[in-house]
Design a protein around this ligand. Structure first.
Ligand code: G6Q
Length: 543
């Protein structure tokens, strides 16, 4: 059981409130000029991952108070409960054991009195053999041709992580095999992906924890029809369709041989599942050994999170700084800004991880919260964002904390690009911190008319974190992913909410089931509101 402590009732919360009032007029710029060690002291490193949180509007005393808040909210006990397999997903009655997916073979991680690590390795070993058979050409399509294209059909947690990681690890793609992802029930998605594929060389992975998800099952059935239109005989399905799921019955009913099924378990949440068999498309794309390195990187971060003291613990620090920005400085969004083209799907992945986990307004006692919880997460790869929405980040009325993410070693040979990319990354967080005052403008000697001058003033004092990776490798990417997974956990504990359910996605699904027959029949039954009626009437007219 998780502790159920209202953070506002803690002594630390009251002190943090006072601290935020004391610091209200303090400028980030002055903190840096007063303290020559701020940059190096408010940063920490794990292997080749470096977090600088010094450009946030807080000082060491604030960090100590945040750690007190974490202690009063019993974060360490909650962390122990996570790693010991307690059913901390209380609303669904399940353990939350994604760290077991990347634990070493000889580890022991218990769920319901059973060590789950041997089961994890049974599936990992099966995945490894399967990857090896596909890559070597030992396992081929029904006409004997080598598999060249892998289509993952899944949505949400059964899609976003795999898409993000395969994109991030483009430099590690194996020759001769290409990944594709279909998630949207909009037929355009499957149609566009399959249009140029050769059914004789295509492998479909139907990835669905429940094997009942509308979008995935609709796409899976259409993919099977597309395949059979070419292959003709149902017996060929086994060579071209595999499943990743917890639902053996559903997989068999679909017509996939259980031999071709890669299991995972109900203690793996969808958005925390990329290190399970849901990562099969990753392993097929980058090779099993690179997938293993990704898991090892995640495990390194798991261990760090599990053992490091609160103020030397990267996920804890990132989580606490976020709580400070959201609850004490009242900044409700978080921009994720990776300065690496291959990380372009990271904002979308983190959006789900964070917003589906902590987009909650009822606490663990079942009471409405009277404080803000999960931020609106959004973002884009830099430097594209600079030429789009950074204007608002620099001069808009909303203050937006940013996570800048940079990679020091480029993974391409082109000269002249990378220093500029890094210079932009560093410059942006510095510009946000420093700003530019009217006086600085006047002293700079820049010729600006008095009418234009106010428009050229930058308020500055805008907070950001910077995460540097030496290189974008499977290991460092694994560390980055687990860093954010645990950050989300930390914040959920401090906010006294349940982070591992997602009931908020259900109502819309139920209403879609109610509305679907009205589209078929082209008439409603008078039970709907007038806006919905008018929308349906327009659709009937235009069909
Ligand atoms: C993630 C969510 C959700 C889920 C999808 C797909 O945490 O639960 O995004 O992953 O709805 O579900 P299935 O894997 O069951 O198809």
């Amino acid at each position: 059981m998780l502790p159920k402590i209202n953070p506002r009732s803690t002594t630390a919360w009251q002190k943090l409130q006072k601290r935020s009032e004391t610091l209200r007029n303090k400028k980030l710029k002055s903190w840096f000029s007063e303290d020559p060690n701020r940059g190096s002291e408010m940063s920490l490193q794990l292997e080749e991952l470096y977090l600088d949180y010094s450009k946030n509007r807080l000082d060491r005393e604030t960090m100590e108070l945040l750690a007190d808040l974490a202690r009063e909210c019993r974060l360490e006990a909650a962390r122990d409960a996570l790693f010991s397999g307690e059913p901390i997903n209380e609303t669904e009655g399940r353990a939350v054991m994604h760290p077991a997916l990347r634990a070493p073979r000889n580890a022991s991680m218990m769920v319901d009195g059973e060590n789950v690590v041997p089961e994890v390795y049974r599936v990992l070993d099966k995945m490894e053999r399967f990857c090896e058979a596909i890559h070597s050409g030992h396992k081929v399509g029904y006409t004997g041709k080598k598999i060249t294209d892998v289509v993952n059909i899944g949505i949400g947690g059964s899609d976003l992580g795999a898409v993000m990681v395969t994109e991030a690890l483009r430099a590690y793609w194996m020759e001769g095999i290409k990944p594709h992802f279909v998630s949207n029930i909009d037929g355009n998605h499957l149609f566009q992906v399959t249009r140029d594929l050769d059914p004789e060389r295509t492998l479909f992975i139907i990835s669905s924890k429940t094997f009942t998800t509308l979008e995935t099952m609709t796409n899976a059935h259409s993919a099977r029809t597309w395949f059979l239109d070419h292959a003709g005989d149902l017996s060929h399905v086994k060579d071209h369709f595999v499943a990743v799921s917890t639902n053996t019955k559903g997989v068999v009913e679909f017509g996939i041989d259980p031999q071709n099924m890669f299991e995972f378990w109900d203690w793996v949440g969808g958005r925390y599942s990329l290190s399970s068999a849901i990562g099969l498309s990753i392993a097929l794309t980058v090779g099993f050994s690179s997938f293993r390195e990704l898991l090892d990187g995640m495990h390194a971060m798991d261990r760090h999170f599990q053992s490091a003291p609160l103020l030397e613990n990267m996920p804890v620090i990132l989580g606490m700084v976020g709580v400070w920005n959201i609850n004490f400085l009242h900044m409700d969004t978080l921009a994720v800004l990776p300065y690496n083209q291959y990380l372009h799907r990271l904002p979308a992945f983190l959006q789900q991880l964070d917003m589906e986990s902590n987009g909650k307004s009822v606490d663990r006692n079942g009471h409405p919260v009277d404080y803000h919880t999960g931020p609106i997460v959004w973002g884009e790869a830099g430097t594209n964002g600079q030429h789009a929405f950074y204007q608002l980040i620099h001069q808009g009325t909303s203050e937006i904390p940013c996570d800048f993410i940079g990679v020091v070693d480029p993974s391409h040979p082109l000269p002249g690009h990378h220093p500029w990319l890094l210079a932009n990354l560093i410059a942006q967080s510095r510009a946000l911190m420093l700003g530019r005052s009217r006086e600085e403008m006047e002293q700079s000697g820049e010729q600006v008319s008095p009418q234009v001058l106010p428009h050229k003033v930058f308020p500055g004092n805008r907070p950001s974190n910077t995460i540097l990776m030496k290189a974008l490798t499977p290991r460092s990417l694994g560390q980055l992913i687990a860093l954010y997974e645990h950050k989300v956990f930390v914040q959920g504990i401090l906010w006294n909410i349940f982070s591992f359910d997602q009931f908020g996605v259900e109502l819309g699904k139920k209403l879609a089931v109610q509305i679907h027959p009205f589209l078929d029949k082209k008439q409603t039954d008078g039970s709907l509101d007038t806006s919905t009626n008018a929308l349906l009437a327009t659709i009937y007219d235009w069909q």
